[in-house]
Write a protein that binds this ligand. Structure first.
Ligand code: 6GU
Length: 229
């Protein structure tokens, strides 16, 4: 898979792209990620990427020129068509089933907005999918792009080792994970449930299913309605 990120803050992606499962997937060649700065496509001598809104009002609006030119530059070095995604709180809410769809795309281009927003003609002209990661306001699309990148990469075949794979399956199956314990058997008076020490794999599996069901019902009853969330 190929991932391009268009942003005013490429530097915030560097440590994220080196760490953990994402970093390992990149190093092993499962995915290539490139960041491009809109500012490199500014035309005036101040390298402006934003301007005051027509009609007045607070804040600044990201201009069409740098965004279209950055995107055209990235897509010019192309093998096939890309799937364009604009990160915006006005977008469709990201879910695990949508993540799974996106993980099947060969090439995603993620556009991160900032300031008060994008010039509306960016939305109209790009034919991009607009995505939000939840009902709260971020200062820019960058954290949302990192959420999307992480969720997509962990679904690429080979991104997870055997020990990690179970966690993704549990949420994909529409339920919350069961409780986990490791050594020691007792910590500050809190003990490990006896069944987990029993060695009875059938009982353990049944206990975990039950815990998972109870947790989902009490904390996230909305998940029980959907096959995938
Ligand atoms: Cl994608 N962008 C911003 N700025 N805020 C958000 C968001 C995106 N998703 C949730 N809040």
């Amino acid at each position: 898979m190929r991932l391009d990120v268009l942003t005013l803050f490429p530097e915030v992606f560097a440590p994220f792209l080196e760490a953990s499962i994402v970093g390992r997937a990149i190093r092993s060649g499962l995915v290539t990620v490139s960041c491009t700065n809109f500012r490199d496509f500014a035309r005036d001598r101040h390298r402006s990427v934003d301007d005051r809104p027509f009609g007045g009002g607070p804040g600044m609006v990201l201009m069409c020129g740098p965004v279209f030119e950055a995107l055209e530059h990235v897509e010019a070095r192309a093998a096939g068509p890309s799937k364009r995604i604009v990160l915006t709180p006005q977008g469709r809410r990201l879910t695990q089933s949508l993540v799974a769809e996106l993980a099947r795309e060969p090439w995603l281009v993620l556009l991160c907005g900032h300031y008060e927003g994008f010039d509306e003609r960016i939305r109209l002209g790009l034919e991009a999918m607009e995505l939000s990661i939840g009902d709260y306001v971020l200062s820019g699309g960058e954290p949302a792009a990192m959420v999307l990148i992480d969720a997509v990469i962990r679904l690429l075949p080979g991104a997870l080792g055997d020990e990690e794979s179970a966690v993704s399956e549990s949420f994909t199956a529409g339920a919350l994970e069961y409780p986990q314990y490791t050594r020691p058997r007792e910590f500050r008076g809190m003990t490990v449930p006896e069944v987990l020490l029993s060695g009875d794999h059938q009982r353990i599996a049944e206990w975990r299913r039950q815990q998972s069901r109870e947790r989902t019902a009490s904390r996230r009853p909305d998940l029980l309605d959907n096959e995938m969330s």
